[in-house]
Design a binder for this molecule. Structure first.
Ligand code: PEP
Ligand code: MN
Length: 340
């Protein structure tokens, strides 16, 4: 059960509400976000929700029996639109394109990519400065210094930054230099990290775990929301299956399913989703058709020389063509949607 409190609820009204909840023996969690105040109730007893819904000081009440509640469409039917920056929104009616290298490598790479993005009207740049790598001997990122260098150039060009945060301790030092925190597949169930990201007022792009179910992804999003941050985007980035012909299996179904289960924006990552440069474009287009609100993809001036994930990274020409294709696909989907 989700009870949304009226912002002007009085102390007496709160008291009356907790008495009612005690009567039905529900266990409650108090949630306060940038946008609202909620009581999440969990319990077994049957009762008429109108008894609580009609009390003064209550804005809204819904029965949501899933393990995730605040991110569920059962509570909030309309899709959420998230402000990523002034005049920049993610969610229904806005197609969100994010592109950049797997890893931030050096100043000349950063400047070249920013120029490419500006020329193509892409305003969000991805890139890792803290890289989760399977081998400890691989390049693990430039860290905070690299982020500061990147931020300096991005800000001058009006480009927003999305980058991965791997540890709670990195959040505060990174916050001044980034616009969106990315939680990588390997940290999708790092609940301490998710709790801590609930406490910052910055959008979070939460990736699905490599072997994570859709429900697990939604429950991870619930951690962030219930700790106070409603600005969440979910990301399908491919899952591990028995198939070895490509790096991951992009779960296109998940995009359609997530759009049905949650009001949060859903972003597709076709680069990690298939892991093969020649096929990224097709998978990206398919993701948009399946309902994605945006795409995040890897691009590099010379993918063959990239410090990480070069095999799935597009060069500037390939990326430029695809941005346009994706924008067209998004418009087309919106026209076709009435047929499904
Ligand atoms: C990345 O975005 O470069 C990355 C490491 O992604 P994932 O967490 O999906 O593997
Ligand atoms: Mn990568």
């Amino acid at each position: 059960m989700i009870i949304q409190l009226d912002p002007h609820i009085s102390v007496e009204q709160r008291e009356a509400l907790s008495q009612q909840i005690k009567n039905i023996r529900y266990k409650t969690t108090h949630v306060k976000t940038q946008f609202g105040e909620y009581l999440i109730g969990v319990g077994k007893q049957e009762f008429d929700i109108r008894r609580i819904g009609s009390m003064p000081g209550i804005r809204d009440i819904h029965r949501v029996s899933d393990d995730y509640k605040l991110v569920s469409k059962k509570w909030k039917v309309e899709d959420t639109n998230i402000e990523l920056g002034p005049g920049l929104h993610a969610g229904t009616g806005n197609f969100t394109l994010m592109a950049g290298p797997c890893s931030i490598e050096d100043e000349s790479q950063v400047v070249a990519i920013i120029n490419h993005l500006v020329a193509n009207g892409v305003t969000l740049m991805r890139g890792g400065v803290y890289k989760p790598r399977s081998s400890p001997y691989s390049f693990r990122g430039l860290g905070l210094e690299g982020l500061q260098m990147w931020h300096h150039h991005a800000q001058a060009a009006g480009i927003k930054i999305i980058t991965e945060v791997m540890m709670v301790e990195q959040i505060a030092p990174m916050a001044d230099y980034i616009d969106i925190f990315q939680v990588g597949a390997r940290n999708s169930q790092n609940f301490n990290l998710l709790d801590a990201l609930g406490e910052v007022d910055k959008p979070v792009l939460l990736k699905r775990g490599m072997s994570g179910t859709i429900d697990e992804l939604l429950q991870s999003a619930e951690y962030i929301f219930s700790h106070g941050n409603e600005k969440i985007m979910l990301c399908e980035r491919g899952i591990r299956t028995y198939e070895t012909a490509y790096r991951n299996t992009m779960d296109i179904n998940a995009i359609a399913m997530l759009k049905e289960k949650t009001h949060l924006p859903v972003i597709a990552d076709p680069s990690h989703g298939i892991g093969l440069r020649s096929l990224v474009g097709r998978v990206a287009l398919a993701s948009v058709m399946a309902g994605a609100d945006g795409v995040i993809m890897e691009v590099h001036p010379t993918p063959e020389k990239a410090a990480s994930d070069g095999q799935q990274t597009l060069n500037f020409q390939e990326a430029g063509r695809l941005y346009q294709g994706l924008r067209d696909a998004y418009e087309l989907r919106r026209q076709l949607e009435r047929h499904v």
